[in-house]
Design a protein around this ligand. Structure first.
Ligand SMILES: Cc1ncc(COP(=O)(O)O)c(C=O)c1O
Length: 307
């Protein structure tokens, strides 16, 4: 979030405007709907599945287009070349939160984005033991971000965490590939399970934007969202019954993490906004780890058996 606030406050001040996708990590949504408006920065959150929505929401005060793809936790995708073309035409920088894909699976700068953000707490660190963020952009932007904003607001990484990220980077490519392979096995199993009513994974042909995922990503990542027959209560039972998977926020860890977006990572969304952006109150999010996928499946199977 320090990377996010640094980018936003470098590009925007009081009176300015941001157009953003409406499905975001809950902390980013909270920043955009509560904290930035207090500073006089307005944010229009739009359905990011149609690039034209970005164009329609732009005003003369718009200083930034902000996109998270795949979005947390609905795994909705934004067509990056299409939104980048709008950004270029209107002369507004486009920032892409690339946390879910990492540079291994998606390269937004090559598709026309101006700035890329990562929560390095996730796949880049990779082991659930460091909190950090990364901003990538032109040297002009990074210099401004560093000396006009970051130095003043103080969102600095500790040297030890920086060292952990350098360690994580060495295995990033192999980890991300394996997370994706494991997630595909688990997603296919979930799709066949009688107690699962819906599986959302960009690698499955059932994902409404599967073709877009194949076009702009080189793999589908380690995150899966799903709904269980029996709704919220059944979801709670599953999350409290898993033994190998850990009930915890965060993602991109070597260990499989399971969580309930509506009450955990996305509790900052009102009930009305959760429904509007498609975060079903019964949705469960799984960050598939590097365990043997058969062990992850066995754990989910014994948890499903309790509902
Ligand atoms: C897509 C995305 N962006 C940003 C963040 C914020 O990251 P951090 O917790 O490292 O500040 C998160 C955290 O879950 C996230 O999922």
């Amino acid at each position: 979030m320090a990377a996010c606030t640094t980018a936003v406050l470098t590009l925007c001040g009081s009176g300015d405007h941001i157009v953003s996708g409406d499905t975001l990590y809950g902390g980013t949504h909270q920043l955009f709907t509560h904290t930035l408006p207090r500073l006089g920065i307005a944010v229009a959150e739009v359905d990011a599945t149609d690039p034209a929505n970005f164009e329609r929401a732009i005003t003369p005060a718009t200083k930034l287009l902000y996109v998270e793809t795949p979005a947390n936790p609905t795994l909705v995708l934004t067509d990056l070349p299409a939104v980048a073309a709008i950004a270029r035409r209107r002369g507004i920088p486009l920032l892409v939160d690339n946390t879910f894909c990492t540079p291994v699976l998606q390269r937004p700068l090559e598709m026309g984005a101006d700035i890329v953000l990562h929560s390095a707490t996730k796949y880049i660190g990779g082991h659930g033991d460091a909190i950090a963020g990364i901003l990538v952009g032109s040297s002009e932007f990074i210099t401004r971000a560093r000396f006009e904003t970051l130095r003043d607001i103080g969102g600095c990484i500790s040297p030890f965490n920086a060292w952990l990220l350098i360690r994580g980077l060495k295995t990033l490519a192999v980890r991300v590939r394996q997370h994706g392979e494991n997630a595909m096995v688990v997603a296919k199993w979930l799709e066949k399970h009688p107690k699962v009513t819906r599986v959302v994974y960009p690698g499955l042909p059932s994902h409404p934007q599967h073709e877009l995922a194949k076009r702009q990503q080189t793999g589908f990542g380690g995150l899966i969202s799903f709904l269980i027959a029996g709704g919220r209560d059944a979801g709670r039972t599953v999350m409290n019954s898993v033994e190998l998977c850990t009930l915890a926020v965060s993602l991109g860890d070597v260990d499989t993490l399971i969580e309930h977006p509506a009450t955990m990572t996305h509790s900052t969304y009102s009930e009305e906004d959760l429904l509007k952006v498609g975060i079903d109150p019964a949705m469960v999010r799984l960050s598939v780890g590097l365990e043997d996928p058969e062990d992850i499946i066995a754990d989910l199977a014994q948890a499903f058996a309790r509902i």
